[in-house]
Design a protein around this ligand. Structure first.
Ligand SMILES: NC(=O)c1ccc[n+]([C@@H]2O[C@H](COP(=O)([O-])OP(=O)(O)OC[C@H]3O[C@@H](n4cnc5c(N)ncnc54)[C@H](OP(=O)(O)O)[C@@H]3O)[C@@H](O)[C@H]2O)c1
Length: 319
């Protein structure tokens, strides 16, 4: 049974299997997930991905190999019309309804375990803090599930440094998930130093900039979720393309791919950093996993720092 410290630092983000950045058949999605599990990657899911469908895919992939798998899932985004929550703005042109109450936490975990076909999850995250429920209540409810043996570690996602401190005072938080990549380094300002002080790992979501840093620099096709992201639209996209083009040359000079450069850079920011890139292709899972063994020279790290400092990307989002 893999513990947090023995899993690969390049995990696998399963959200991409739900059609946000292009479709994939279920059978193929299960194959991709199995491959990631065999590689020792933490599988990152959420109840809201595909309205429960993502966890059902994970269930098929872990069947017969639960003891090998490290499964992370999340609750808090309301996706069932019969449930209520409190609205938050995402900065992506839509709002989300969040419910972080004790009752919803309990109900959501039981539903996730049913869909996953498991009796525990390795890491259980609050997906977003509920603006009207104290984080102490949400984490208290999750702590109860740790005691009940249904959750091994508690995580938070899209939180402020202050919220982590408050939550950590109720029950140790093992990991915080936040957008962190070469084009989104804001976590370095306040969140990451706080996590380090508390001994909490940072799990970087969209570590490839939703594909941009791996080479997807064209305008997204119609229906693609990235059209909601101001970094991918209008003049911002061209400005970002120009800004980040030199990264490709750096990758080429090191004989690695742009995706590997982006992931290796992240892992060089500290041993407490994990990345969960998503891909629908088995060969890309292998390509991305290799980033864990890439050593970037000091002068390259300095060059990258100068090229992509905090706040340089056009089209910031709120969380
Ligand atoms: N906590 C949160 O609020 C939150 C928010 C967003 C995401 N997440 C988690 O983070 C995970 C990753 O984020 P993400 O999917 O948004 O973005 P990402 O991992 O930064 O990028 C995924 C995109 O990159 C492409 N890609 C992957 N590897 C590649 C490679 N080696 N070469 C070229 N292209 C490559 C994929 O396309 P192909 O499929 O075609 O390979 C996909 O379109 C999600 O799956 C989800 O689990 C969490």
């Amino acid at each position: 049974m893999p513990g947090f410290d023995s899993i690969a630092r390049i995990g696998y983000g399963a959200m991409v299997l739900e059609g946000y950045y292009g479709g994939i058949e279920d059978a193929q999605g299960v194959e991709v997930l199995r491959h990631a599990i065999e590689r020792g990657a933490m599988i990152d899911s959420a109840d809201a991905y595909g309205g429960g469908h993502n966890e059902e895919l994970v269930a098929k992939a872990v069947q017969g190999r639960r003891e090998k798998a490290f499964i992370a899932t999340k609750f808090g985004i309301v996706f069932d019309e019969g449930e209520t929550g409190n609205a938050i703005e995402t900065g992506w042109g839509f709002s989300l309804n969040i419910n972080g109450s004790t009752e919803y936490a309990r109900k959501s975990l039981d539903a996730s375990l049913r869909r996953l076909g498991c009796d525990y999850v390795d890491l259980y995250y609050l997906h977003y803090p509920d603006p009207k429920v104290d984080i102490e209540e949400s984490v208290g409810a999750m702590a109860h599930e740790v005691e009940a043996g249904k959750v091994r570690h508690i995580g938070l996602s899209n939180v402020t440094a202050e919220q982590v401190r408050r939550a950590h005072a109720v029950h140790p938080v093992r990991a915080v998930q936040y957008e962190y990549s070469l084009w989104r380094r804001e976590a370095e300002r306040e969140l990451l130093p706080t996590l380090r002080e508390l001994g909490v790992a940072l799990v970087a979501w969209s570590p490839l900039g939703a594909g941009f840093l791996a080479g997807a620099a064209d305008a997204p096709p119609e229906g693609d979720f990235r059209n909601n992201n101001p970094r991918f639209t209008g003049d911002n996209l061209q400005a970002n393309r120009d800004r980040f083009a030199p990264l490709r040359e750096i990758a080429e000079s090191l004989d690695i791919t742009p995706a590997q450069l982006a992931l290796a850079w992240l892992l060089h920011q500290g041993e407490d950093i994990y990345a969960i890139p998503g891909s629908r292709k088995i060969e890309r899972i292998d390509e991305n996993a290799k980033a864990e063994n890439i050593k970037l020279p000091e002068d390259v790290l300095k060059k990258i720092d100068a090229l992509a400092p905090v706040g340089i990307t056009k089209g910031a989002t709120l969380v």
